[in-house]
Every structure is written in structure tokens, then in C-alpha cells.
Design a binder for this molecule. Structure first.
Ligand code: DGJ
Length: 733
């Protein structure tokens, strides 16, 4: 890994064993991109890449009239001169002009990586990464810009963000401040986005790119289930196993924009950052604005490798604290078992039975506080309901602990019901626009987390409960989009800052609670997977993946999620059948076989399963205890896509390739097809693996494949839907 500055040619070359990123100061002093991709040798002068001929309509260098932005790849394109593509930012000055030209001034190269202020970001020590900060200035706007690039040593990854500072006497207005732009030299790419809705999160969708724009965005105040802030730009032939791909992952949990734009000269621009729609940021004299981070990863060997890069980077350089690389406790959550209809006795009965099965953590979901018997009331009043919990959270937590389990509970701290003491006292603390009716979602409003006093108040209430009880886990929910976004306490010109300040408020509360209670495992949640993003993983190392707990739907949801996020982050539970969302009945084996490839837990009352099923649950819990390190932190490969067929498969392989576990799922039986073969991946070619007492070479399993008739139950020929297999492979000593 190195970052070289070629003083004479004014070119930077960032490279590690896998990638090269070459940036140059262009003829007018702004930054251009010369190369991004597979590692190439370092050369002092790569300026032959720059186009200097007269095809362009307008040139920006008045002297020779041979340089135009629109014929050259930009690094962080500005608005208003000769780049007619989408700009990465807009700075509006007091005369109303947004034209800008940020010119190279200086730079700094250092080992390691600096944290971003108040924002989640990947981190690295001096041996893990190097950082380049390039300082630019617009003399008319009297604003400086620092572009940061961190190159990781062991990953084909560069992270980027930008920081604007007003160094003049008058205020300036940022009306757009994206985090990263990558201009690519051709348009032979496809765009892959992860779209969906509640209960159908992160479906991969592929589109061809060419001239014109393709984009996804969120305007909901959260990253959303509708579009995930992660996209892949790939070659048309790239699949999970072969081909070139570039990933863009936004370490942010609010409104975002991701866009690919092909111009008429064959250039492809990819942009990512905070959605400029509904964003303005006022910079008074001396003030700065720092954008969140984008993680750009490269693969020339397929999407599995790209995903593995994100998995490993996020496990090692994004997740922090006690739960970093720590296998997760097997939990039981009472939500689908009781909803809000419970009391302490009922909860203890569920917990006792779970303990008998070997489950380690009990999670009390929604309904324990305020007047919360249904979803019309109570949010905002974080005090226990004595009718349900006579000795409060501390009493219940201690009883659960005396059973030999850990205890955790659910909160939704960003919300308030109009029917709550908090709202009656502070209606102005809810986001709403003067003179307009507030839209409700699940009968609740969103608290104005852009106001520090609101965050302080909620912090005080939660801190009190958590510090009075043995709490090991918190599920932090968030169940509606932001609407009528307006903060009562700030001037009109600052209203465009509220969305981002809201997100910063959420991050600040997470950070305070994490600092106060570093051992607590946080799980983020937002009506299931509405805020499943890299930003959240910095605070909460796992996220409830979806409210859809149906095993068959979950195969697709978890498969789609795996493109950008590690198995260790995917909250997955075995729930009751018929499934509450789909009405589908699947076996308890299949439900567990899907949930193993996640954080694993149960979401049902085990008092209500048959004796045989309970015995199976016991063995599932044992099995997960034995293999959770491998499931959650092994190298994960997608093998067969449920979006392309009625079957799905994936595998996790240990680092030393001595052990592997694959999951194979038949979503619909097909009586006339031969069972066929499943090609595995990631094994050591020459090792001999034992599978169901038979021996196979690694290369045999990866090229010929596993003969499906060799699986227990004789492969697929039982004529039943929803059959699945999870099989362990061990290398022979
Ligand atoms: C939505 C979550 O996704 C569910 O798991 C559950 O916690 C409910 N909210 C509780 O209101």
C-alpha cells in the first residue's frame, strides 16, 4: 500500500496489491481522475490520459482553449463551467451564483485514518490504511474544500468524503454536498440496486447503463427499505463468480442519492451522497460541513469477492467494541408470540421454556412502557407499565438472569404518540409544519432529533432505566418515515438542515448510550429492514433484517442483503407457523436452516410447539452454538440465486478452509427434474472433505459439485416444497 505524490506532474497514485487510483491536478488547477481499477505500475506521468483537443464546445482554459471538463474525467465535479454532467456539490454565495472552481492548494498524506466528527465511518490504524487529504480553494466563494481518500492495505477499498469550510466574511450556502464521484472511461456497465418495501427488502435489480441517468434515492429521512444506500456498477458478464465490479456503500442512515450518468462522449459518472433534494446547509464565517463517507470497493473476480470485501471490512473496521467479531447470543424475542398482550408471568413462562432449549438471551419487545397496550399510545413515555411489570424492567431483568439467561429490551426512542405524556407536555418537540396537519404513521409522530434538548431528554429517561437493571441487549426500532419536516426552534433559512441534523441527533444518542454501556449489544430495526445501512452498523453491529419471518421469503431477503452486508449483521429468527406475514407453513428445520445464516434466534412461544419440534429446537440451539463463529464470520459465498430459480444455496468457509457449511433450499419441488448437482466454492482444491461420512476432494465439490441425491432425505425427490439442507463439511486430518 502506498500513496505517491508526483510533484512534477502533480499526480497522486494510490495503490495497494489489488487496486490503483490516479488523480491529477488538471490544467485549470481542479482535480481530475486519470485511472481507477486493477493495480497498475506506478509512473510519474500519466497525463497522456487527458484529452486536449477541440471536440468540446467550450474550453475552460482561456489561454489555449484545449481543455474542457466535459471531455475529461473529474474527481469531484463542480457546477457552472465546462462540465455539463451532474455536479458533486453546489456552493451558493451571497450574489446568488453557484458557479465554482476549487483549485488545488496543498495536500497531506498520512498513515491511518481520522474519524469523522459525529458521523459513523470505517476506522483503521497506521498499519491498516493510508490517507490522502487534498486541499482546494475557491477564491470567489471564499470557501475551502478538503477531499479525503483512505486506501486500505488488505482490501481493494478506498473511502471518500469531503469537507467544506467558509473562510470568508459572509455566509455561503451548500445546496448539494455529495460524498463521492467516480468518473469511469466507458459505459459498458450494468447498475445493480437493492430495492424493495416493508417485508420485501433488498431485492437485487440490474439495469443496463448507457447515455443518460439511472438513480435511486431516499427522501424518507431514513435510508429505507425501498432503496438501499448500496449499489454496484459491474460489467455485463459479471456474476457472483467472475468479472469486474465496483461497489459504492454509503455509511449514512438518512436521505441519500446514488446515481450513474453516462454522457455523450462515453464517460460514466457515479455519484453518491446525501440527497440534495431537501438539503441546504448554511455555513457562517469559519464553519465547516463534513459529508458522510462512501466506501468504494473493487473486484475483478465477481460479486462474491466484492461482498466478502464489504463483509470483512465492516466486521473488522466498522463494527466497534465488545461485539466486534464476537459470535452473537442466541435470543428469543416475544413480539410474534404475544405482541403487546403480556404480563410478567407470561414472559417468564416463555423465557423458562427457552432456557430449557439452551437459548441465551431474552428480548422483551414493544409494550412494556407507558399506556402501551396497542400502538395508539405510549411512545415517548419510557417508564414501565406497572400492570405488566410490577417490579419494572429491573425486576424482570433480574428474574430472567436468575433463570440463567441474559436480558434485553425494545425501544423506539425517536418516536412519540400524540396520546402520550411527552407529547402533551412538549408538542413542539415533534416534527410538524406550522399550520398543517401532521401525517401519522402507526399513530405516531417523529421527535425532532435535530434539537439537542429532545435528544438529551430521551437520553435521560433511557439512561435511568438501563443503569438500574442488568441489560445486555437493546433493540432500537424506528417505525415510520419523516414527513412535514420542520423544526420549531430555528430560522427559516436553516430548515433545509433539519433532515441531516436529525440523523446526527440519532447518531449522537447511539454514541452516548454506547459509551455509557459499552457491553450492550445493540440491534437496529426499522419496521424490519427500513434502515439497514453501513451507518447503523457503526453503532449497532446487527440489524433486524425484515419483519417478514417467513423462511422462504427470508431466503431472498437475506440473499439480497448479503451483497452489501455481513452474515453477522443479519438479524434472523425462527418464528411460528403458519407464518404471520405470509400464512405459509414450513418445517422447523427449514426455518432454522435459513436463520442459521444470520444472528439466529427464535420469535415464538416454545410452550406451543410439539414435543418433537421442541427436541429439534434444542438440537438447533446446540448446533448453532457449535458453529456460530463459522456462520457469522466465515467467508460467505452465494452459490445459487433464489431470484433466478426455485432453489437457493450459499456456503460459509472457515479461514483455514478446514470447515465449511452450506445451505441448500428448494423453494418449490420439481418432480420431473433430476436432482442435479450443487457446485460449492471457497474450498481448498486438494483437501479431502467429509460430507455425510463420504469423502470428496475440494476441487470435486467445487467443479463437479455435491450430488444432491447424496443429501439426507434423498435430495429433492420427495415432492415436497420448502425442503432444505444445511450440511457441514470437514477436511480430513
Ligand atoms: C417493528 C419491528 O420490526 C418488530 O420486530 C417489532 O419490534 C415491532 N415493530 C414492535 O412494535
Amino acid at each position: 500500500m502506498n500513496i505517491i505524490w508526483h510533484e512534477k506532474t502533480k499526480q497522486f497514485h494510490l495503490f495497494n496489491d489489488e487496486i490503483s487510483y490516479i488523480i491529477a491536478v488538471n490544467p485549470v488547477g481542479e482535480l481530475g481522475n486519470l485511472y481507477y481499477g486493477k493495480r497498475i505500475n506506478d509512473k510519474e506521468d500519466m497525463s497522456y490520459v487527458v484529452n486536449r483537443f477541440g471536440l468540446a464546445q467550450v474550453a475552460v482554459d482561456a489561454d489555449t482553449e484545449t481543455y474542457s471538463m466535459e471531455l475529461n474525467r473529474q474527481e469531484y465535479p463542480s457546477f457552472g463551467t465546462t462540465d455539463f454532467g451532474t455536479s458533486a456539490f453546489e456552493v451558493e454565495i451571497s450574489n446568488g451564483s453557484k458557479v465554482s472552481s476549487f483549485v488545488y492548494k496543498d495536500h497531506k498524506i498520512y498513515k491511518g485514518k481520522q474519524p469523522l466528527e459525529g458521523l459513523p465511518a470505517t476506522y483503521a490504524d497506521d498499519s491498516e490504511a493510508m490517507t490522502l487529504e487534498i486541499y482546494l480553494e475557491d477564491v470567489v466563494a471564499k470557501t475551502t474544500l478538503a477531499l479525503s481518500y483512505t486506501l486500505f492495505n488488505r482490501y481493494p477499498v478506498v473511502t471518500r468524503h469531503a469537507k467544506f469550510t467558509n473562510i470568508g466574511p459572509s455566509k455561503v450556502k451548500l445546496t448539494k454536498a455529495l460524498s463521492a464521484c467516480l468518473d469511469l472511461p466507458d459505459q459498458n456497465y450494468q447498475w445493480m440496486q437493492f430495492s424493495g418495501a416493508w417485508a420485501r427488502e433488498r431485492t437485487p435489480i440490474v439495469k443496463n447503463l448507457g447515455p443518460g441517468s439511472v438513480s435511486i434515492e431516499s427522501k424518507r429521512g431514513i435510508s429505507s427499505a425501498n432503496q438501499n444506500p448500496f449499489v454496484i456498477v459491474k460489467r455485463p458478464n459479471t456474476d457472483d463468480f467472475i468479472g469486474e465490479a465496483i461497489g459504492f456503500s454509503f455509511v449514512y442512515s438518512g436521505n441519500f442519492l446514488a446515481q450513474a450518468e453516462g454522457d455523450t462522449f462515453g464517460r460514466m459518472r457515479v455519484l453518491m451522497g446525501i440527497n440534495p433534494d431537501r438539503f441546504t446547509w448554511i455555513l457562517e464565517k469559519g464553519q465547516s460541513f463534513e459529508t458522510p463517507e462512501v466506501v468504494i470497493a473493487y473486484s475483478d473476480s465477481g460479486l462474491n469477492y466484492l461482498s466478502q470485501t464489504y463483509h470483512s471490512l465492516y466486521n473488522n473496521n466498522l463494527v466497534r467494541g465488545k461485539w466486534k467479531n464476537t459470535p452473537r447470543p442466541i435470543l428469543i424475542n416475544n413480539w410474534e408470540a404475544t405482541f403487546m398482550d403480556f404480563d410478567e408471568e407470561k414472559i417468564l413462562k416463555i423465557a423458562s421454556k427457552a432456557k430449557e432449549a439452551g437459548i441465551e438471551l431474552f428480548v422483551l419487545d414493544d409494550g412494556w412502557f407507558g399506556d402501551r397496550d396497542d400502538d395508539f399510545a405510549g411512545l415517548g413515555d419510557w417508564v414501565e407499565n406497572p400492570k405488566k411489570l410490577p417490579q419494572g424492567i429491573p425486576g424482570l431483568a433480574r428474574k430472567i438472569e436468575s433463570l440463567g439467561m441474559k436480558f434485553g429490551f425494545w425501544i423506539e426512542p425517536e418516536m412519540v404518540n400524540p396520546d402520550s405524556n411527552l407529547y402533551r407536555k412538549h408538542p413542539e418537540w415533534a416534527l410538524s409544519t406550522p399550520g398543517r396537519k401532521a401525517s401519522l404513521g402507526r399513530h405516531q409522530m417523529v421527535l425532532d432529533y435535530s434539537r439537542p434538548e429532545v435528544v438529551d431528554y430521551i437520553y435521560g429517561m433511557l439512561h435511568k432505566i438501563i443503569s438500574n437493571a442488568p441489560i445486555s441487549y437493546i433493540k432500537w426500532d424506528m417505525n415510520r418515515s419523516l414527513t412535514e419536516v420542520y423544526s420549531a426552534d430555528i430560522p427559516a433559512e436553516q430548515q433545509g438542515m433539519v433532515y441531516h441534523r436529525y440523523v446526527m441527533g440519532v447518531y449522537s444518542l447511539y454514541e452516548r448510550l454506547r459509551n455509557d454501556f459499552p457491553d450492550i449489544l445493540f440491534e437496529s430495526c426499522s419496521s424490519g429492514g427500513n434502515r439497514f445501512d453501513a451507518g447503523m452498523l457503526y453503532y449497532a453491529p446487527q440489524a433486524w433484517c425484515s419483519d417478514n419471518t417467513d423462511a422462504i421469503d427470508r431466503i431472498r431477503i437475506q440473499y439480497g442483503t448479503s451483497y452489501g452486508y455481513p452474515v453477522s449483521s443479519i438479524g434472523a429468527h425462527v418464528s411460528a407457523v403458519p407464518n404471520q406475514q405470509t400464512g405459509r407453513t414450513t418445517s422447523i428445520e427449514t426455518r432454522a436452516n435459513v436463520a442459521y445464516f444470520g444472528t439466529f434466534g427464535y420469535e415464538l412461544d416454545l410452550n406451543h410447539v410439539s414435543h418433537e419440534e421442541f427436541e429439534l429446537v434444542k438440537s438447533q440451539v446446540q448446533f448453532m452454538k457449535e458453529y456460530r463463529q463459522l456462520f457469522q464470520f466465515g467467508t460467505f459465498y452465494r452459490l445459487r440465486s433464489p431470484f433466478e430459480a426455485d432453489q437457493a444455496a450459499w456456503i460459509v468457509v472457515s479461514e483455514d478452509k478446514e470447515k465449511a457449511i452450506f445451505g441448500f433450499y428448494c423453494m418449490r419441488s420439481n418432480v420431473t427434474m433430476l436432482p442435479g448437482f450443487l457446485k460449492l466454492d471457497g474450498l481448498s482444491a486438494d483437501k479431502v472433505y467429509v460430507l455425510n461420512d463420504e469423502e470428496y476432494f475440494g476441487d470435486e465439490l467445487m467443479n463437479l459439485g455435491v450430488t444432491l441425491t447424496k443429501l439426507s432425505n434423498n435430495g429433492l425427490s420427495t415432492g415436497q416444497d420448502f425442503i432444505s439442507y444445511v450440511e457441514v463439511l470437514e477436511a480430513k486430518k
